[in-house]
Design a protein around this ligand. Structure first.
Ligand SMILES: [Mn+2]
Length: 317
């Protein structure tokens, strides 16, 4: 077991004897993004390579674009028995694992929480949490080191870093991010192929984005984008297909904040993105959500029109 050290600048809460781990269950959040998938697959292969019998769990749904990764490794149902330890990766809150695994935390002797969300609830026996890390994948690579990992694990970690930093473009990117990415590339991964898998869009997705943009509302440097169920039906896109939309719209010139509202049955899912000036993590916490300063989300138990006016009010205060 190699996860025993930590970066010097982050607190390690609690104590755990890692050498006692014989079996491990690895969880990541529902509606996983590239960091959740890359980080959990990386922990799975690192554990397995140390002879620890490991399984990986995620409720899904999985974005189609990550089908180039071995998504068939994921267990999507509650386990019938529990391993002696559980890793939770990229989850700021245990609730992020989703309803399928809602009671899972109490089933393990040892809970290890590895994450980079600033509002992490420190729910583990061991909490390896560094809000300065660009991604959970960067944090894992920094802790485990890249010397003893194989090319497959390097690819998983690179996917996590690349996707969570939107191609090394966020303010969370540091020289350490590039150093780690560089050592992963030295393992022999094909960074160009991975970039294409993560960022290239099918034309029907771009047409959907265009329609969302056409029906959006802009107030100063804030853009409000409404994704109705009707629109998703018209373009045959699912909620997980809309995941990349808010990030994509951050590329708009003169826009500092993206507010994406997605219509659900009786509620509205909010995604916030900021290019730097606004703390959208604080904003989403007003609505019971969570996330980072620059990327966050929440759910409002109101229809889309009411949710829109609530968010507008709170942004103009
Ligand atoms: Mn992440």
């Amino acid at each position: 077991m190699k996860i025993q050290s930590r970066p010097n600048d982050l607190p390690l809460f609690g104590e755990a004897d890692f050498s006692s781990i014989k079996t491990a269950d690895i969880y990541t959040h529902s509606s996983p993004d590239g960091d959740a998938i890359g980080s959990s697959l990386a922990v799975l292969s690192i554990m397995s390579s140390h002879g620890i019998k490991s399984r990986v769990f995620c409720e899904g749904p999985f974005p189609k674009k990550y089908s180039f990764l071995p998504l068939d490794k994921y267990n999507t149902e509650m386990p019938e028995y529990f391993s002696d330890s559980a890793f939770f990766v990229d989850c700021g809150d245990i609730k992020r694992v989703g309803n399928t695994f809602s009671d899972v935390l109490d089933s393990y002797q040892l809970k290890i929480n590895i994450d980079h969300h600033i509002d992490n609830k420190l729910f583990g026996d061991v909490n390896i949490v560094d809000p300065c890390a660009s991604s959970t994948a960067e944090l894992i690579a920094g802790i485990v080191g890249t010397n003893n990992i194989d090319i497959q694990t390097a690819e998983y970690l690179y996917v996590g870093i690349l996707s969570d930093t939107y191609g090394f473009s966020t303010s969370s990117v540091s020289s350490k991010t590039f150093m780690i990415a560089s050592t992963l590339i030295d393992k022999g991964i094909n960074s160009n192929r991975i970039w294409k898998e993560v960022f290239r869009l099918p034309s029907d997705t771009l047409l959907f984005y265009a329609e969302v943009l056409r029906t959006s509302e802009t107030e100063k440097d804030v853009i409000y984008c409404k994704v109705t169920k009707e629109l998703m039906e018209d373009f045959s896109v699912s909620e997980e297909d809309t995941e990349g939309l808010a990030n994509y719209l951050l590329q708009l010139k003169d826009i500092d904040t993206v507010v994406l509202l997605r219509e659900r049955n009786g509620s509205t899912r909010l995604s916030f993105r900021s290019s730097g000036n606004k703390d959208v993590g604080a904003l989403s916490r007003k609505f019971g959500g969570g996330g980072h300063k620059l990327a966050s989300g929440a759910v409002i138990e109101k229809d889309l029109v009411s949710a829109l006016s609530i968010v507008k009010k709170s942004l103009t205060i």
